[in-house]
Design a protein around this ligand. Sequence first.
Ligand code: ZN
Length: 173
Amino acid sequence: MSEIPSVIIGCRECERENKEMRFAHGVIPFPTTTAYKKNELFKLEQDYTCPFCQDILEITPKIIKMCRTLIDGYSHIVAHPKATEITSPDTNCFIPHDRLYPSLEAFFKEHGSFVKGIDGKLFKNPKEDLKLIHDAMNDFDTEKWLLVIECAGNPEAYLSDSTLWFNLFEDDL
Ligand SMILES: [Zn+2]
């Protein structure tokens, strides 16, 4: 398992190719992501180069700020191509990159649900944290790059079909 808290970065194209190869040939997948533990976040201040296609993700100050702040938060943060997934032990939601909401309550209300008090359960500083996410997610190509913040406050690892197998390798790297 990757260690929590940590920030995980990867290139979606190489990950996709890797998965296809695995399914087609049954070969052991290679890791296409890199995990940074909390005390390694300074390494993110250099740009990230995909070790396979050599494409470069420019790690901007907004991205660093989001990672440094939310790694100590209550929720895992996952960059999907068009939305951010926010996961706490009992809540999971997706907010689109193209809108800045004043609160999650406002977001849910717009979608017909009234979820009182949800902001304080998912974020330490809801308004500021939502802005950090919005600013950072619009500062890089989320269609191209995967970014996951596994935070200190949610002890359950973020699991997706992609993270499951790369977690197997992180301890050896
Ligand atoms: Zn790549």
